[in-house]
Design a protein. Structure first.
Length: 329
């Protein structure tokens, strides 16, 4: 129980540090959309004071306040669930935008993570057992090459080939514009159709990492004494593979999986941006380009909380996965 309390306190401390760092780093960025708005109003003939009053009324923020005062207000607003208002969306609450974006990001990211992790585990296990074959060599070589290719390059290639040249899949968006969103077959089919290329890009970009990690872990476990002893006892090969080898090879990957599950709220920023998919990643990319500080802070906060929470939960469950951890505690 003391270990759980320590981990929870560390979770709170980490969250506080990240929130504080994010606020001051984003606030220190040179230039923002408010300055642009004020400059446009001045060119239209308004005075500097009038321009700033108009900006303050529109964006509900006073940029002349000391940074520390704004930081304290930011922390107070967080406690009430107020993430501020977006500059680039004319004062729309950041919370409202995130609520709209989260389901789309979770939809494609969760599908992608599950598929890529499952494929990586299965093929990594097979590649380890048949590591001397030509197919295994080709598989690991291809995986190593794909790991070196940035995900935005993969997404761009898929977009050019399958959307622009072949015209098989749509060029962007989450569903066809003429379809009314709702729980109906037409909308679901359109959403799935538009998600194919982003999901494919995500899988191709992440699946090689799982394959190589599982292969490496499996080869290491195959050399352990308990595996050799199990083989000497004449246990069935299937039991050795799944009970002794696969289970112990997967354990070190659980933390990476937790980070991946936590980061699904962040989505794949470049992939969502390339396909103009309305997820957290796309809004984060837009907010960085527009210097939309509240939107950036909201996106970073969501991604951070999800990732840290996922790791905290895995820490609590790790004892169930690996009995040796319980002995240490």
């Amino acid at each position: 129980m003391n270990w759980v309390i320590r981990r929870f306190l560390f979770f709170i401390l980490t969250l506080f540090v990240v929130i504080t760092s994010t606020f001051f780093i984003t606030s220190a960025m040179p230039g923002n959309i408010i300055d642009t708005y004020v400059s446009e109003r001045i060119r239209e003939g308004f005075s500097v004071e009038e321009a700033y009053r108009m900006a303050q009324a529109l964006y509900a923020i006073n940029m002349s306040e000391p940074l520390l005062v704004r930081y304290i207000k930011y922390l107070k607003n967080l406690l009430t669930g107020n993430l501020g208002t977006s500059y680039m969306y004319s004062g729309t609450p950041v919370f409202t935008i995130l609520i709209y974006a989260v389901p789309w990001t979770v939809f494609i990211s969760s599908i992608s993570v599950v598929i890529s992790f499952t494929l990586g585990i299965i093929q990594g296990l097979w590649a380890a057992y048949s590591r001397k074959s030509k197919i295994s060599t080709l598989m690991t070589g291809t995986a190593s090459f794909l790991m070196a290719v940035p995900n935005y390059v993969i997404a761009t290639a898929f977009l050019l080939v399958f959307a622009y040249h072949l015209g098989i899949f749509p060029r962007g968006g989450a569903y066809d514009a003429w379809i009314r969103p709702g729980m109906n077959l037409e909308f679901v089919a359109s959403a799935l159709y538009h998600a194919v290329l982003p999901v494919m890009s995500y899988i191709v970009a992440t699946y090689p990492g799982w394959l190589l990690l599982m292969r490496s872990n499996t080869i290491r476990v195959l050399g352990e004494d308990y595996v050799i002893a199990a083989e000497a006892r004449g246990l069935p090969k299937s039991r050795i593979t799944y009970t002794y080898v696969a289970r112990n090879a997967i354990i070190p990957m659980i933390t990476n999986l937790a980070i991946s599950l936590g980061s699904i709220f962040g989505g794949a920023t470049f992939i969502e941006t390339i396909f103009t998919y309305p997820g957290i990643g796309m809004f984060l990319s837009q907010s960085v380009g527009a210097k939309d500080i509240p939107m950036m802070q909201g996106c970073f906060l969501l991604i951070t909380v999800a990732t840290i929470t996922a790791n905290f939960i895995v820490d609590l469950l790790y004892g169930k996965i690996d009995p040796r951890i319980r002995a240490i505690r």
